[in-house]
Design a binder for this molecule. Structure first.
Ligand SMILES: Nc1ncnc2[nH]cnc12
Ligand SMILES: [Zn+2]
Length: 331
């Protein structure tokens, strides 16, 4: 059994495997511009974040009903369970669905039908984080936050994703202020393709508690020192970074440098259906390419639970942390 871990950077729409995409397309009468699953997989050669996003948003056309979202989440949770995930904080992109006429409530209710039975079926506790598309307007993000109000009992936090460069965090200052007033936790993608300054801005202007990716923080040593001192977790996604060409090869990933700098690094899968692996596959990839040892792997697993939004259930966090300490690597 893989090491117990929390997955903190996972877009549920990014778990849409080609087989499920075609099955949902048939069920919903949607025609996909690919002959079959093989042709679709062939298209997964990305040159940057935008080239991925174009395909990712396009394929979402097959997601129409609450049941579709339930199936999607169920398929992820089953895979995640096999990969040692004990706790999952799941992103979703409401605007990518409401823009196609799928109501906010359909998405949340569909996802929650799967999340509600995840503990019982897969032994996984869950949280839901709604992400704003940063290449859409702040007004659209605010309207999305408004649409979320009837469902706030089910939503733990807000995030910020999509095309990063040219859409700095400060664009969403008021939206994040309102989210904080509503008692929502705050995270944001920053420093994936964008500069270290965006990481700083996400902390200072949006008040985020974790940085998603944060890769480019390394270009600013003072910022690295601050992230380490304030113990701001980074949710890294190594296979994603290779596929989206943020780095040339997995062996170039700066994870080891980040751990040595005292950063609270975690390893996650981002969009596993598109990037060639789920979370344990990411652990395996960095272990093999960077030669990580038992203590580094245990630190990554421990960090994932320390960084999780489990303040409402510290007993559960404690149990997960005890599982990490008791885990026997190489068994
Ligand atoms: N890696 C990523 N970066 C930004 N937005 C995303 N949406 C889904 N995956 C993403
Ligand atoms: Zn992401």
């Amino acid at each position: 059994m893989p090491v117990p871990k929390a997955e903190l950077h996972l877009h549920i729409e990014g778990t849409l495997e080609p087989e499920l995409a075609f099955a949902l397309a048939a069920r919903n009468g949607v025609t996909l511009p690919y002959a079959d699953t093989e042709a679709l997989r062939e298209a997964y050669r990305f040159s940057d974040l935008q080239s991925f996003l174009d395909l990712y948003y396009g394929l979402m056309a097959v997601l129409r009903t609450a049941e579709d979202f339930t199936e999607l989440a169920d398929a992820y949770l089953a895979r995640a369970g096999e990969q040692g995930v004990r706790h999952a904080e799941i992103f979703f992109d409401p605007q990518a669905h409401t823009a196609r006429g799928v109501p906010f409530g359909v998405v949340v209710e569909g996802l929650c039908a799967a999340l509600d039975r995840a503990e019982e079926r897969y032994g996984i506790s869950t949280r839901l984080i709604m992400c704003f598309l940063r290449d859409e307007s702040a007004e659209s993000a605010m309207a999305t936050l408004e649409a979320a109000k009837p469902y706030l009992g089910r939503i733990t936090g807000v995030g910020l994703d999509s095309a990063e460069v040219g859409h700095p965090p400060a664009k969403f200052r008021e939206v994040y202020e309102e989210a904080a007033r509503l008692g929502l936790r705050r995270v944001a993608h920053a420093g994936e393709e964008g500069p270290a300054a965006y990481v700083r801005e996400a902390l200072d202007v949006l008040g985020v508690e974790r940085i998603d990716h944060g890769l480019r923080c390394l270009e600013d040593p003072e910022l690295v020192e601050r992230l380490a001192r304030e113990r701001v977790p980074l949710t890294l996604c190594p296979l994603s970074n290779v596929r989206l060409r943020a780095i040339d090869a997995i062996g170039d990933h700066p994870l080891r440098t980040m751990l040595a700098a005292g950063l609270v690094a975690t390893v996650n899968s981002d969009d596993p259906a598109y990037f060639g692996g789920y979370v344990e596959d990411n652990f395996d990839a960095v272990r093999d390419a960077l030669g990580l040892g038992e203590e580094e792997l245990r630190t990554l697993a421990r960090n994932s639970f320390l960084a999780a939004f489990l303040e409402d259930d510290e007993e559960l966090r404690g149990r997960y942390l005890a599982e990490v300490e008791a885990y026997g690597f190489g068994a």
